[in-house]
Design a protein around this ligand. Sequence first.
Ligand code: HEC
Length: 179
Amino acid sequence: MYKLSVRTFFGACALLTASLLLQSATAQSVGLGIPVTEAQLQAFDLIVGPDGSDLPEGSGSPLQGKIIYEARCQACHGLNGEGTIDNTTLAGGDIHSETTPVKTVGSFWPHATTLFDFIRRAMPADAPKSLSNNEVYQVVAYVLYLNGIINQYAVLNKDTLLTIEMPNKDGFMDQSQIQ
Ligand code: HEC
């Protein structure tokens, strides 16, 4: 009786240990249970709405942006935003063109706020999210300047960016209300 219960006890322990080992091996191999840090979450929380909601503090002018642009953007987008390969043309384009218009920031984009949102999250394409908020304001200002939308002394921040009227602002239909 005594022998049997000792054997049963050790048997149960062995089983338990084996099942715990198996569980932890499975958890590690599929990478379960790694907590997301606040900093990691913030890196995703970068959406700026067309109405300027969640634009951060900071500011910048085209003159400052020219320095960033030449160092970080020009290789792919050309000296004056004329582009290098497909889809990299940032300036020019005629919204009244009879033929298919060349779509650029100046001829197509309806909101300047979206330019901030896009550049902050996606550009430079070889190092997204590497610009500070001030640098994004600066380079946004320079791209708007290249499109003749603001002058070289304009200062952009979360308030002034909202006052910019994009040439194609009325070129879109809001289909969300159509039944
Ligand atoms: C390594 C190349 C590269 C670099 C550097 C780069 N871009 Fe781009 N950029 C691209 C490509 C490619 C696209 C087109 C992406 C697409 O069509 O999905 C693009 C698209 C864009 C667009 C959208 C154009 C449009 O009308 O759709 C903007 C604005 C832009 N880039 C700004 C910048 C700015 C500002 C910088 C510098 C801070 C920069 N890019 C650096 C490659 C680059």
